[in-house]
Ligand binder design. Structure first.
Ligand SMILES: Cc1cc2nc3c(=O)[nH]c(=O)nc-3n(C[C@H](O)[C@H](O)[C@H](O)COP(=O)(O)OP(=O)(O)OC[C@H]3O[C@@H](n4cnc5c(N)ncnc54)[C@H](O)[C@@H]3O)c2cc1C
Length: 552
């Protein structure tokens, strides 16, 4: 039977777009199949904050940060904690990816017009020893233009290839099976879904109006993870993190449904590390949701006090921004699936950022004027102030007794005792006068302010939480928010997928979240952040180049 293209890419998210454009650039013909409509092109990456992990970049150097491949690899390995036989390829991918982030990545993107915001963020700061989890230095480079700014160069290249006939999009085409001939994957088949004019990211109809089949020499699966499918998240939830939460909100659209993972497995692909996942503990319910159960992650600075459901302060080093999975593990061990931030107006103003392109109109709209207002305005950025006044999880009061009363009313379980909370906050407040103290969180605040980027826009001047001059007081009920799938299809460095028999499945490639961002889980257990978009870029690029080369 005649081929419809040289390569088929399943998924028009970032990984699929990168793979497809690399194939088209070689002059080969590629079809991109996506179950969603054209309006959702770019997948999750469009909604993302656009944070990218880069190592020893000019942006870091300008801020006095001394970074290196060796330091970054030390951090990566300390966070990944690779400890399984299946970690052979994930570990190789991790090494190759850190080299990419310290080498070609920035220049490759820059040549396509990509730019970063000049203040580099410091995510996942750890708090253990030098070989433990976390970034030793700031490495989170926010794309100027956030998520849409990272999608844009690849969409532009894809549209050019589309015009010249090398790339064809098939939107509203849902893949239900991979087809094989003589053991080699050579096509996909599935359902044509009815057109649906929903806005980008909203749930689209699953009404079937026809079926389709297309053939090629190879298929790249770039269908994303499972974060929008809470049943699958719960099914794969690792016991080491306690029981799966009863209540979760969604940090990803519903099309991140994990369905294609089962379909690819059915074609013989080997899925590894399915119990490794990356969910956040600082989720807030979106007061203006786009997708079902839509939650937003707070990217917190270091100063908010963090309490569990019973009002006990989280232990050191589980401070905001230190160790996402450590926090998740601790919170699930309390028997409740929520926790609390308690902070001041001065802290929210300087330290709260919300992850998502639509929550950062200044950076997304590339407006220097609006961005500068972050530093000069009296209030927090407008989207944060909107959550403060309209968000279901926010409480604002002048007095601690009123705040605690309202927290109990919101949680509905009367677990919090005013005296207990007050004693812990007052004790912390007594530590604030001196720059050399024993409270580790206060030490971290002083450490953060020695970095100019944090002092400028991320870390409030140390002050007493109960100082009315910094009020009002704010409490935020924090939910668990599903996001990333760290495991995936086992692949070699050309993104070729291994079969359940340990041999490469001819014609089958995987990239992006479906491939655990490379190898079947290049993050191991934990991420240093900004590594997911980067993993899509790197694995999509490798998959596209290798599949194009293999196509005769
Ligand atoms: C709000 C938010 C903020 C984020 N911020 C960051 C950040 O700052 N830095 C960072 O590194 N990462 C961030 N991420 C994570 C990152 O955006 C994602 O991990 C990444 O974009 C995943 O890309 P992907 O191409 O692998 O999958 P997706 O974007 O999920 O794309 C997969 C595509 O495949 C399609 N598909 C699935 N199944 C089928 C099927 N059976 N048939 C046809 N089509 C199918 C889907 O419709 C979808 O379009 C963020 C994510 C979100 C949601």
């Amino acid at each position: 039977m005649a081929e419809d293209a040289d390569v088929i890419v399943v998924g028009g998210g970032l990984a699929g777009l990168v793979a497809a454009t690399e194939i088209a650039d070689t002059g080969k013909r590629v079809i991109v199949v996506d179950q969603e409509g054209e309006q959702s092109l770019g997948g999750q990456a469009f909604w993302s904050f656009g944070g990218l992990f880069l190592v020893d970049s000019p942006e870091q150097r300008r801020l006095g940060i001394k970074d290196s491949f060796d330091l970054a690899l030390q951090d990566w390995m300390g966070s990944a904690g690779f400890d399984r036989d299946e970690d052979l390829w994930p570990r190789r991918w991790a090494e190759a990816y850190v080299a990419f982030a310290a080498g070609e990545k920035r220049g490759w993107l820059r040549a396509m017009g990509h730019r970063s915001f000049p203040v580099v963020g410091w995510a996942e700061r750890g708090g253990y020893d030098a070989m433990g989890h976390g970034n030793s230095v700031p490495r989170f480079h926010v794309t100027w233009g956030t998520g849409p700014g990272i999608v844009e160069p690849f969409e532009r290249r894809a549209r050019e290839a589309q015009k010249s006939g090398r790339l064809t999009f098939k939107f509203r085409h849902r893949v239900d099976a991979l087809t094989t001939t003589g053991g080699a994957v050579d096509g996909v088949s599935g359902a044509i879904l009815a057109p649906d004019p929903v806005e980008r990211g909203q749930n689209s109809s699953r009404k079937i109006i026809g079926d389709f089949a297309v053939r090629a020499q190879a298929v790249i699966v770039a269908s994303g993870g499972i974060g929008g499918n809470h049943d699958l998240v719960r099914k794969n939830w690792p016991k080491r993190l306690g029981d799966a939460p009863k209540n979760m909100i969604s940090g990803v659209p519903e099309h991140v449904d994990g369905r294609m993972i089962g379909i690819t497995e059915a074609a013989g692909a080997r899925l590894i590390n399915r119990d490794r996942m990356w969910h956040y503990v600082e989720g807030i319910q979106n007061w203006s949701p786009i997708w079902p159960r839509h939650g937003i992650r707070i990217l917190p600075g270091p100063s908010s006090m963090w309490f569990d459901a019973s009002g006990k302060r989280l232990p050191s080093p589980l401070f905001p921004g230190s160790d996402t999975l450590g926090q998740l593990h601790y919170i699930m061990s309390t028997g409740y699936d929520y926790s609390w931030f308690v902070l001041t107006q001065s802290i929210i103003k300087k330290e709260f950022a919300l992850s998502g392109s639509e929550q950062n109109p200044d950076l997304t709209g590339k407006s220097w004027l609006m961005t500068a207002r972050r530093a000069t305005n009296k209030g927090a950025p407008a989207p944060v102030e909107a959550f403060k006044s309209k968000g279901a999880d926010f409480i604002v009061r002048d007095k601690l007794e009123d705040l605690v009363g309202a927290m109990n009313a919101l949680a509905g379980d009367n677990l919090l005792q005013l005296d207990h909370l007050k004693a812990q906050i007052e004790a912390r407040d007594r530590e604030i006068e001196n720059p050399y103290v024993k409270d580790t969180q206060v030490m971290n605040i002083h450490n953060a302010r020695r970095y100019i980027g944090d002092r400028l826009i991320r870390t409030a001047r140390p002050h007493r939480i109960l100082d009315p001059a910094h009020g009002p007081l704010i409490a935020v009920k924090l939910n668990i928010l599903t996001r990333k799938t760290l495991g995936g299809f086992e692949t070699d460095l050309d993104s070729r997928v291994f079969g359940q028999d340990g041999k490469i499945v001819p014609g089958l490639y995987a990239a992006g979240e479906a491939a655990g961002f490379g190898g079947g889980g290049m993050h191991g257990y934990r991420s240093l952040e900004g590594t997911f978009l980067g993993g899509c870029l790197f694995s999509g690029r490798n998959a596209g180049r290798a599949a194009a080369k293999a196509a005769g």
